[in-house]
Design a protein around this ligand. Structure first.
Ligand SMILES: Cc1cc2nc3c(=O)[nH]c(=O)nc-3n(C[C@H](O)[C@H](O)[C@H](O)COP(=O)(O)O)c2cc1C
Length: 378
């Protein structure tokens, strides 16, 4: 029996997380036509060996126009399944549940990679040509971004079908968990937020109408996604201080998502007015944890906290005090892929070396002795 809550197991449906630590989805912008590359195998292998409870593959486009940019991974064709299934297998081989985030970037599509400027693609850029973006209303993110096409009901139905087929392919590829990307200003979030959705049909206006698209997509996914596999939903807990959808709106959204079978709410924030981090002027450790805590408590649903979760004590406090059921980490794991092993060592867990692959743990089991000797010279 493990007494450190961060290292306790957690079960959803038929899937057991060996601990509460999860790799957050992180775009790599290294795919071609949505097909993952050698980079992805190398990158995701590093996390498969990391002792995590689960790891998510980055935002993966359900259609070519649903990619943020030309380097995004995709799942709109059967030809994407083979590469993705290798990644799912790598995770599973090392006792790490495999997740994939299904996404449509909506009006935030057709962008250059962050390190190329993160601005809308223009004809001067030597990448794929820019493509038409779509959204609930013809409202751009800001004055320098393209005006999205207001989606017709046919367009909405097409995206629903794309999510459904993507879920079928995710299952075929062997993933244990799907996360629907409903945050950061991308398509589903843009339907939910009154800042970007000014429709006056069944998909705009009141709360029920603004969540209709997401609820339909969940029903479509659930019709093909096995009942024993978990479904996560990432939402933006607040749009921006004093603007758009607030935390209470998102608690209502979480309750609705729960009622249609979403298992875990992944509590991020922001993005509808630009970069996801603009909800706060400064990122401080655990800045989004209060959202997870409140959504978990008020919507009575499992939650995942994310955002500047840095230290082992901080992560353990979140789980111990039931402020979340899982903690997702991004940049700290990029910085240190052995974060889990180090945290297990820090908590003096007898099985700390189980969080390493065999070929490492055998040798590291002899390391303690010489580290001790080095610390106490004869
Ligand atoms: C390189 C990078 C790529 C990201 N890509 C995604 C993504 O594909 N989907 C998503 O929902 N969030 C994405 N995010 C946000 C992270 O999942 C996470 O929510 C955010 O970085 C905060 O967690 P952290 O402070 O532990 O990094 C990305 C963040 C980074 C740093």
């Amino acid at each position: 029996m493990n007494e450190v809550p961060l290292f306790s197991s957690f079960k959803i449906k038929s899937k057991s997380f060996r601990n509460r630590i999860v790799l957050s989805p992180m775009c790599q912008y290294k795919a071609k036509d949505g097909v993952i590359s050698d980079w992805h195998f190398q990158h995701y292998s590093r996390f498969a060996f990391s002792g995590l409870g689960a790891a998510f593959v980055e935002a993966t486009g359900v259609s070519p126009d649903g990619r943020i940019g030309h380097g995004c991974t995709g799942i709109w064709s059967d030809s994407h399944v083979e590469g993705l299934s290798k990644v799912a297998k790598i995770f599973n081989e090392y006792n790490c549940l495999s997740g994939i985030q299904l996404a449509h970037a909506g009006r935030k599509a057709s962008y250059l990679r962050p390190w190329d400027g993160a601005s809308p693609i223009t004809e001067n850029d030597k990448v794929e040509p820019a493509w038409q973006t779509i959204g609930p209303s013809a409202i751009p993110i800001n004055n320098s971004s393209p005006v999205p096409k207001e989606m017709t009901v046919e367009d909405i139905n097409k995206v629903r079908e794309d999510f459904k087929k993507a879920a079928q392919r995710a299952d075929k590829a062997g993933f244990d968990i799907i996360e629907i990307h409903g945050a950061h200003g991308y398509l589903l979030h843009s339907f939910f937020s009154p800042l970007s959705n000014q429709r006056n049909d069944l998909y705009g206006g009141n709360f029920e109408n603004r969540i209709r698209f997401a609820m339909e997509i969940i029903a479509d996914i659930k019709s093909v996604w096995p009942d024993n596999k978990p479904l996560f939903y990432r939402l933006s807990s607040i749009d921006a201080p004093g603007q758009g959808a607030n935390l209470e709106d998102n608690i209502m959204l979480a309750k609705s998502l729960k009622s249609v079978g979403v298992d875990v709410i992944d509590c991020s924030s922001g993005g509808i007015t630009g970069s996801p981090v603009l909800t706060k002027s400064k990122i401080i450790p655990g800045f989004q944890v209060p959202y997870s805590e409140k959504i978990k408590k008020d919507a009575e649903i499992s939650s995942m906290a994310v955002g500047a979760i840095i230290s082992a004590d901080q992560a353990n406090e979140i789980i111990s005090n039931k402020r979340a059921d899982l903690v997702a980490m991004g940049r700290e794991l990029l910085a240190d892929t052995q974060w889990v092993y180090k945290a297990a060592t820090y908590f003096n867990l007898e099985n700390a070396k189980d969080y390493l692959p065999d070929s490492y743990s055998f040798y590291l089991s002899r390391r303690d002795e010489y580290l001790d000797r080095a610390a106490k010279p004869a």
